[in-house]
Design a protein around this ligand. Structure first.
Ligand code: SAM
Ligand code: ZN
Length: 157
C-alpha cells in the first residue's frame, strides 16, 4: 500500500491511497508526542487547524506528526481510528479503491468553537463534532435560554 499527501477537495491537504485497500486493513499509526489535554488546550486553543487525537484513557492526547495525522474528516468515512494497547491506528472500514482519499469521522467533543464540516457527503451533519456532543451543546443552550427568560420575567408578589 502506498499513501500520498496531496490537495484535497475537502480541506487543504489530505491522504490518498495509490493502491486498493481491503476492508479491515491496518493502514497507518496515528503517531506523535503524547501530551495532556491541558497542554493541548494551552498550545492549540483558537488554532485554525489541529492534529490532535485524544486516547480513550481521557488523559492522553497525541499531538499528531506524520502521515497518519493528515487524514481529513468525513461524516461518511472509509476509515476509523482504533486503539490497540494505548496506540492509535487507522483501519479501513470498507474496501477502498486506488486514488480515494482516506477519511475518518473525527467525532469532535469537549469544545464549542465552530467546526463546520465540508466533507460534501449526502450524510454530512454540517459539523465535525459528534452527534452526542452537539446534542449536549443544544441542551446547554436551551437551559441557558430558559434561565435568562425566567430572570427577565416580572416577579409576582
Ligand atoms: C488533521 S488536520 C487534516 C489535514 C489538513 N487538511 C491539512 O492540510 O493540514 C485537521 C484539520 O483539517 C481541517 N479539516 C479536516 N476535515 C475537514 C472537513 N471535513 N471540513 C472542514 N475542515 C476539515 C480542519 O481545519 C481540521 O482542524
Ligand atoms: Zn460532513
Amino acid at each position: 500500500m502506498a499513501l500520498v499527501v496531496r490537495p484535497s477537495r475537502i480541506h487543504a491537504a489530505g491522504v490518498f491511497t495509490t493502491t486498493p485497500v481491503r476492508k479491515g486493513t491496518r493502514i497507518v499509526e496515528y503517531c506523535g508526542p503524547r501530551i495532556t489535554p491541558e497542554e493541548a488546550d494551552r498550545l492549540y486553543t483558537g488554532a485554525p487547524r489541529t492534529y490532535l487525537y485524544g486516547l480513550d484513557d481521557g488523559k492522553t492526547v497525541i499531538d499528531g506528526h506524520g502521515i497518519g495525522a493528515y487524514l481529513n474528516h468525513s461524516c461518511d468515512p472509509n476509515c476509523e481510528v482504533d486503539e490497540i494497547k494505548n496506540r492509535a491506528f487507522i483501519f479501513a472500514l470498507r474496501d477502498i479503491g486506488a486514488g480515494e482519499e482516506l477519511l475518518w469521522d473525527y467525532n469532535l467533543y469537549d469544545d464549542d468553537d465552530p467546526a463546520p464540516c465540508h466533507c460534501g457527503s449526502p450524510k454530512c451533519r454540517g459539523t465535525m463534532y459528534s452527534r452526542e456532543w452537539m446534542a449536549k451543546l443544544r441542551r446547554k443552550a436551551a437551559k441557558k435560554k430558559a434561565k435568562s427568560k425566567k430572570q427577565s420575567e416580572p416577579q409576582s408578589a
